[in-house]
Design a protein. Sequence first.
Length: 181
Amino acid sequence: MVQDIRPSGTPFKRLFFALPVSDAQRRGISQWRRGLGLRSGKPVPNENFHLTLLFLGDVDAARVPAVCAAVDNLARPGAPLRLLLDQLKTWPRANVLVLEPQETPAALRQLVYGLQQALLPLGFEEQAREYRPHLTLSRDFHGQAPEAAVAPDFHFSARHFTLYESRKGRYWPLAQWPLAG
């Protein structure tokens, strides 16, 4: 298992929870993004498309089993999560171009809140800002969102959520949990 090492010698992992994107959805979003003719930013690799639920940041590698155990007992929606990614937006502070839903399903908000609450006893802090589901299309993006010849209309569905490790520009799944049952 590859791990990064802190200057103190302690191994750590850069972690986040997310909803994975199916191969068919990746292809469709990637093809649509090509049609935008982006002249700014660095496109996110298709295999890295996801909808972030909760970013944990750098976590000591030894704590990963406790993170997973805390999430094992989490109340889940009981059905696949569905949402419509229909808004192309820029986030100027983060310099990213994203797809986001006009409306966020209550079940998705509840899942994110549940993750935050499950991890509080482990010392993770509650997020200060409101959750905004999104799929990042491009990083280091500057300027306005481009005009799309075809409006975004991606019906997203997820049957599970995943704990990912971010390592050298790639996202590696470490564990996953079904959304039903």
